[in-house]
Design a protein. Structure first.
Length: 179
């Protein structure tokens, strides 16, 4: 049976685990990439306040942004590497102790990523908080557990990235995206 070519790859996992660094290296290597929508929302005026005061509305904004990014990237030739995906919204809600709205659950069930899903595990040696990455170490680990469980809940198999330099991680990504 012929293997169908990957149209997507997703980098998910713990905050501060090197996903953005890997995404930037992939872009320099010529891959089409899509940056993390949550960080874009957090950097927008009022984004941090929305996350703090109404996490459900923040999750709905992430859903809308992920769906726009997915649709925007559908017309591209070759694979696209996403920094997080729809099940990450469910992980955010789970770790926040909030219910999963029907629209978010439906999107996760119906809008599918076709290609490898890479999990960047919590990596204490490189983890740093910043103005948008507000979790302490325990929160970063809990977030990783929640998003990993969410991806599995929606039927995805994940490959855990090694705690290794970006060039080693990029080589793994390249190999997985060969068609």
């Amino acid at each position: 049976m012929e293997r169908s070519a990957a149209r997507h790859a997703v980098l998910t996992g713990a905050p501060g685990a090197g996903k953005t660094t890997l995404l930037e290296a992939a872009a320099r290597a010529g891959f089409a990439t899509s940056r993390e929508v949550a960080r874009t929302l957090l950097q927008a005026p009022g984004g941090m306040k929305l996350r703090e005061t109404d996490p459900l509305a923040f999750a709905e904004a992430m859903l809308d942004a992920h769906l726009r990014e997915y649709e925007l990237m559908e017309g591209r030739r070759g694979p696209v590497i996403f920094d997080r995906g729809l099940p990450d919204v469910v992980g955010f809600l789970d770790v926040s102790g909030l219910p999963i709205p029907g629209a978010i659950d439906t999107a996760c069930r119906n809008v599918r990523y076709i290609g490898p899903i890479f999990r960047a595990p919590a990596w204490r040696d490189i983890y740093r908080q910043d103005s948008e990455r507000i979790q302490d170490w325990a929160g970063a680990v809990a977030s990783d557990e929640a998003v990993t469980a969410a991806w599995r809940r929606y039927g995805y198999k994940m490959t855990t990235l090694p705690l290794a330099p970006v060039d080693e991680r990029l080589a793994l990504l390249r190999e997985a995206l060969k068609s």
